[in-house]
Design a protein around this ligand. Structure first.
Ligand code: GDP
Ligand code: IMO
Ligand code: MG
Length: 426
C-alpha cells in the first residue's frame, strides 16, 4: 500500500483532522498538499486538544515524517507558532519538513485579503490565502527555497514591492516597507531553513519504497476553486487528484481515497447552502461553543451554518474524487434528534434535477427530503457497528447505498479512539 488520500466531501470541517490523526498511527508519512492556515483541523488524543492549521495531523506519531507540501501556501509566523505550541506539549517536530516549492504567505497578502473582505468579500478566513495563490499564479511570489538564498529573496522582494504597494494603495492600506519585509525573511530563514527540503525527492523516496503516505486535504470539494460554488470558494483544489498534481507523482500511485463526511452538513463563509436549517432548528447540532466539538470555526471561531446531510452533494464529491471509502463523523451529535432528514435530490422551478446545478441555481433549488426516525439513545460507548441503535444503522446504510461507497469509519465522539471500524459496508 502506498498512497492514501483523505479529503473533505462537503464545505470543510468534516473532521479530517481526527481521521488523519487516527490513520496516521500506521502511516510513514503525512502530507498537507493544498491550502494554508485557513485550515483548522481538530485533534483530540492523549497528548491534548489541538487545532492544527499547517502541520499535518500525523505529527502525533513520532515515526511519521510530516511534509508541508508543494501545493500549500504557508504563513511562516503561524508555522513557527504552531511548532512552538506542539513543542510545549512535548510533541516532537523532528520529522517535520517543508517543501522547497511551498509558497510563502507574506504580510501584505493578509492585508489585501482584509481589504478585499471590507469591500464586499465572500467571507474568507482573512489569512491571505487567495492573495498568496494570486501572486503564485502571477509568478511573483517567494517560495521556501528562497529562504535559503538571501541574495535571491532580496532581489525578488525589491522587484515585487512596488507592484504590491500599488495594490495596497488601492485598498487604502499603508505601504509595506522593504526593510521590514527583509527583516521578516531573515527571521524566517533562521527559524525554518533547517526544515526546508526537496519535497519532490522526499515524497518519491517514500512512494518508491511502498511506504504508507497519507495525504491530508484541507477544506472540501464544495469550496474547490474550479469545482465548488464559485466565487464562494477557496483558491486551491481540495480534491484527491491535486495531491498527485502538486506532489509530482503519477495518479496511478493512489491506492485509496477516503472521503470524510459529517453526518449532517456545516459551512462557514457566504454562498449557497441548499439544506441549511434555521438557527432555531439547529441548536442541538450547533452546541454552545463551550465544547471543542461544537459547531464553531476551528480557525476563525465563526458560528458554522448547519444543514441536513445532502446526498446530491456527496454523490458529486464521489464523482470528482472517486472514493474507495467514506468516514462518517459526528454520528453521536445526532443522538438526541427525534426526526432526522436527508436530502435525496433537488427540484428547480418545480422540476426534479440531476446532480448539482450552477452556483446561482443552487440558491434556488428546493431539497427533497427523506425523513428518518432518530435513535434517541447514546452512541458514544458503542464499539462495533452491531452495537449501534437500529435507526442509526439504517441511517448509515442508507447513506452507503445512496452514495455507492462503503462507510469504513464511523465517528461517535471527538476523541481519537471514538471511531467504529465498519468493514462490511454496502
Ligand atoms: P476538519 O477541518 O475537517 O479537520 O474538521 P474540524 O476540526 O474543523 O471540525 C470538526 C469538529 O468535529 C471538531 O471539533 C472535531 O473535534 C469534531 N469531531 C470530529 N469527529 C467527531 C465525531 O465523530 N464526534 C464528535 N462529537 N465530534 C467529532
Ligand atoms: P478546514 O480545512 C471551513 C472557507 C471560508 C470562505 C472560503 C474562502 O478546516 O476544513 P479562504 O480563507 O480559504 O480564502 O476562504 O473558504 N474556508 C473554510 N471553511 N473550513 C476550512 O478549512 C476553511 N478554509 C476556508 O470560510 O468561505
Ligand atoms: Mg476545520
Amino acid at each position: 500500500m502506498s498512497v492514501k488520500i483523505v479529503v473533505g466531501t462537503q464545505f470543510g470541517d468534516e473532521g479530517k483532522g481526527k481521521i488523519v490523526d487516527y490513520l496516521a498511527g500506521e502511516a510513514d508519512m503525512a502530507v498537507r498538499f493544498q491550502g494554508g492556515d485557513n485550515a483548522g483541523h481538530t485533534v483530540i488524543n492523549d497528548c491534548g486538544i489541538f487545532k492544527l492549521h499547517l502541520i499535518p495531523c500525523g505529527v502525533f506519531n513520532e515515526s511519521c515524517t510530516c511534509l508541508i507540501g508543494t501545493g500549500t501556501v504557508v504563513n511562516p509566523d503561524v508555522l513557527i507558532e504552531e511548532i512552538d505550541t506542539l513543542k510545549q506539549h512535548g510533541i516532537s517536530v523532528e520529522n517535520l519538513r517543508i517543501s522547497d516549492k511551498a509558497q510563502i504567505i507574506m504580510p501584505y497578502h493578509i492585508l489585501m485579503d482584509e481589504g478585499m473582505e471590507k469591500s464586499g468579500g465572500i467571507g474568507t478566513t482573512k489569512r491571505g490565502i487567495g492573495q498568496a495563490y494570486a501572486s503564485k499564479f502571477l509568478r511573483k511570489n517567494l517560495r521556501f527555497e528562497d529562504l535559503l538564498k538571501p541574495e535571491t529573496w532580496q532581489n525578488k522582494l525589491r522587484e515585487y514591492i512596488s507592484f504590491i504597494n500599488v495594490q495596497l494603495r488601492y485598498f487604502g492600506i499603508p505601504e509595506e516597507s522593504e526593510k521590514k519585509l527583509m527583516l521578516k525573511m531573515r527571521a524566517w530563514s533562521d527559524s525554518l531553513s533547517p526544515m526546508v527540503c526537496d519535497g519532490f525527492s522526499l515524497l518519491h523516496s517514500f512512494i518508491d519504497e511502498d511506504k504508507l503516505v497519507l495525504f491530508e486535504g484541507q477544506l472540501g470539494v464544495m469550496r474547490d476553486i474550479d469545482l465548488g460554488t464559485y466565487p464562494y470558494v477557496t483558491s486551491s483544489n481540495p480534491v484527491a487528484a491535486y495531491a498527485a498534481v502538486s506532489g509530482g507523482f503519477p495518479v496511478s500511485k493512489i491506492k485509496e481515497i477516503c472521503g470524510v463526511a459529517k453526518a449532517f452538513t456545516s459551512a462557514v463563509g457566504d454562498g449557497p447552502f441548499p439544506t441549511e436549517m434555521k438557527e432555531s432548528e439547529s441548536t442541538l447540532l450547533q452546541g454552545s461553543g463551550e465544547n471543542p466539538d461544537d459547531e464553531y470555526g476551528a480557525r476563525t471561531g465563526r458560528r458554522r451554518r448547519i444543514g441536513w446531510l445532502d446526498i446530491p452533494m456527496l454523490k458529486y464529491a464521489h464523482k470528482v474524487n472517486g472514493f474507495t471509502e467514506l468516514a462518517l463523523t459526528k454520528l453521536d451529535k445526532m443522538d438526541a434528534l427525534k426526526i432526522i432528514k436527508i436530502c435525496i435530490g433537488y427540484t428547480l422551478d418545480g422540476l426534479a434535477i440531476n446532480g448539482l446545478p450552477d452556483t446561482d441555481s443552487l440558491y434556488h433549488v428546493v431539497p427533497v427530503y427523506k425523513e428518518f426516525m432518530g435513535w434517541q439513545s447514546p452512541t458514544t460507548e458503542c464499539k462495533t457497528f452491531d452495537e449501534l441503535p437500529e435507526n442509526a444503522k439504517n441511517y448509515i446504510e442508507f447513506i452507503e447505498r445512496q452514495v455507492g461507497v462503503p462507510i469504513h469509519y464511523i465517528g461517535n465522539g471527538p476523541k481519537r479512539d471514538k471511531i467504529i471500524r465498519h468493514v462490511v459496508g454496502l
